[in-house]
Design a protein around this ligand. Structure first.
Ligand SMILES: C[S@@+](CC[C@H](N)C(=O)[O-])C[C@H]1O[C@@H](n2cnc3c(N)ncnc32)[C@H](O)[C@@H]1O
Length: 270
C-alpha cells in the first residue's frame, strides 16, 4: 500500500484492503466560495434534516457546519460541496508564500534545511487538494487527518490519482488518518514542525463550547517548540482566537484579522 492509511474508528468497510479501485477524480482546483464573515448556508443545509442523525455530541453545535453528520453526509456526496475535491476559502497558492517565508532555515522554525524533511500536519483536511499541492511543491512528510472517514477516503482517492497519473510519484511518506482534533494520539507529542489548518478550527468552533479550546490545546501539544501553525480562519471570534493562541504560549508572526478573505494567521509556538 502506498499511503499509510489508518482508521482508528475500526469501521469495517472495504477501504482498508489493498484492492479497492478508485475511478480517478478530475483534478480541478475549485476555490471556496465563502467569505470571511460566515460559512455560507447552502440549500443543502435547509434540507439537512433528511441526512442528520443528531447525537448527543451535536446538541451544542452553533450551526450544521459544527456537526460530524453534516460532514459525513457531505463526503458521501450529498449537498452542494459534494464534488470530489473542494478547497475552502483558498488554495495552497495563498498559503505557500507565508509557509516559505516563515520556514526559512535561518529563522530556526523548522528542524531541517530541506522542506522534504519538514513534518507537516493538516488537521481537518476534508477533500481539499492541499496535501496534493504540497506534495507537488516538494513537501513529503505530510500527515492529514479528519474525523470524517469520508474525507479520508476522498484524500486517498486524490493521492491515488496522483500516483496513477504521474509516473514516479511515491506518496508513501504521506499519512492519512481518521482522528478527532479534540483528542490526538499521544505518540504525536511535539512531533510536527508545521501545522496548516484551514477551516477546521472554524468548524470545530461551530461545534460548540469548549471544543475550540480542547483542539487548540491538542494542536499545541503535537507541535514542537519553535514550530509554526498557519491558521486560515474566518469564523472564530477574534477574542477567542487570542485566548486560545495566547501570547504566553504563542508568538504571533502574522495577524490575519484584516485579510480580505479568511484570515491567514501565522503563529510560532514558544
Ligand atoms: C470547513 S471544512 C475545511 C476542509 C479543508 N481543510 C479545506 O480547507 O478545504 C472543515 C473540516 O474539518 C473537519 N472537522 C470538523 N471537526 C473536526 C474534528 N473535531 N476533528 C477533525 N476534523 C474535524 C470536517 O470534517 C471538515 O472536513
Amino acid at each position: 500500500m502506498l499511503i499509510s492509511y489508518t482508521n482508528n474508528n475500526n469501521n469495517n468497510n472495504n477501504n482498508n484492503n489493498n484492492n479497492w479501485h478508485i475511478p480517478p477524480p478530475p483534478y480541478i482546483h475549485r476555490g471556496g466560495t465563502t467569505t470571511s464573515t460566515s460559512l455560507h448556508l447552502s440549500e443543502f443545509e435547509k434540507d439537512y434534516s433528511k441526512y442528520t442523525n443528531t447525537d448527543d455530541d451535536e446538541t451544542d453545535a452553533k450551526s450544521q457546519f459544527g456537526t460530524k453528520s453534516y460532514w459525513d453526509a457531505m463526503y458521501e456526496g450529498m449537498g452542494d460541496f459534494s464534488s470530489e475535491e473542494y478547497s475552502w476559502y483558498y488554495g495552497f497558492e495563498v498559503i505557500q508564500p507565508y509557509l516559505e517565508k516563515y520556514t526559512r532555515p535561518s529563522d530556526g522554525n523548522v528542524a531541517s534545511n530541506d522542506k522534504a524533511e519538514f513534518n507537516i500536519l493538516i488537521p481537518g483536511c476534508g477533500n481539499d487538494p492541499l496535501l496534493l499541492d504540497m506534495y507537488n511543491a516538494g513537501y513529503r512528510k505530510l500527515t492529514g487527518f479528519d474525523y470524517s472517514q469520508g474525507a479520508i477516503d476522498r484524500q486517498f482517492d486524490l493521492l491515488n490519482y496522483l500516483v496513477q497519473t504521474s509516473s514516479g510519484s511515491d506518496v508513501s511518506s504521506v499519512e492519512l488518518r481518521v482522528e478527532d482534533a479534540r483528542s490526538l494520539p499521544q505518540e504525536w507529542n511535539e512531533r510536527f514542525d508545521v501545522i496548516i489548518e484551514k477551516g477546521a478550527l472554524d468548524a470545530i468552533y461551530l461545534s460548540g463550547d469548549g471544543n475550540f479550546e480542547k483542539s487548540v490545546k491538542e494542536l499545541t501539544r503535537v507541535l514542537r517548540r519553535g514550530g509554526i501553525c498557519i491558521s486560515c480562519s474566518g469564523v472564530v471570534p477574534a477574542d477567542l482566537r487570542r485566548e486560545g493562541f495566547c501570547t504566553e504560549d504563542w508568538e504571533w508572526l502574522r495577524d490575519g484579522t484584516d485579510d480580505l478573505k479568511a484570515g491567514c494567521f501565522v503563529l510560532k509556538k514558544r
